[in-house]
Design a protein around this ligand. Sequence first.
Ligand code: SAM
Length: 286
Amino acid sequence: MTASFRETLHPGWGQTFEVGDILFELDTGHQHLLIFENPLFGRVMALDGAVQTTSRDEFVYHETLTHVPMFSHPDPKRVLIIGGGDGGILREVVKHPGLEQVTQVEIDAAVIDLCKQYFPAHSDGAFDHPKAHIVIGDGIEFVNTTDERFDIILSDSTDPMGPGEVLFTERFYQGVARCLNPGGIFAAQNGVPFLQLEEARNAHQRLGQLFADASFFMAAVPTYVGGAMALAWASDDPAIREQLSLDAVSQRYRATAMQTRYYNPAIHMAAFALPQYLQDACDQAS
Ligand code: SAM
């Protein structure tokens, strides 16, 4: 009988993975961490029963969450990553030549250590990049206490349960607003709205009270099941998103000579096209 992993994120429905080898399993003190091999997606990591990343499809999510904000900003120099323990976001951030410093605040050192070992291509050495500063701590405390200021803040958190729950609260978003530079952009993992519409509505309502512009952009990540994933967007100037042109994004992208596998300027612009049920939920939450 082949062993299997059934995701428990969504009550009453979920994806099941055939489990080849279980490579690591641990209660880290923050969350239950499981890493296993699957014949179709390669290595898979789950935290508290929810799929976090796989070696086969991680690039879709990491490229979108990183490059849509960073190529929307004219000159992002200082970046903050909250969570992101697998290192995929950090790998994409350090590809930007204008970057001066990226600070990553991850609550669970075990995730970083184990992902360096079992998912080395995710971080691809980025944890040792000279511009990277890694902090082990709670993201909500960091944004509410740091003296640092950032052009881009990316929240690559687990779902709003366990340690990740606080990263969807008004106090976290207040902290983000506090340490974002003028013209800065906040973006965050915000679930699959077809199944987690309340999560999107809540985030939109809370961000809308703190920022002049709050919206979402989308990415279809195969193992974040239930339809396209919503990534929250917030900034102090609606023009950053509303007046962004394909030409500007294309010029910035070409200037980096960056290699990507999912992101490109056309995907960037299209990502802001929202399904009507999500747009309606945002309108109701405003
Ligand atoms: N891409 C995944 C997704 O969309 O679900 C998330 C990947 S990453 C593994 C999520 C990270 O958030 C984990 O490493 C977890 O330890 C971290 N995390 C959860 N709550 C946190 C908090 N309050 N402060 C900092 N990091 C946190």
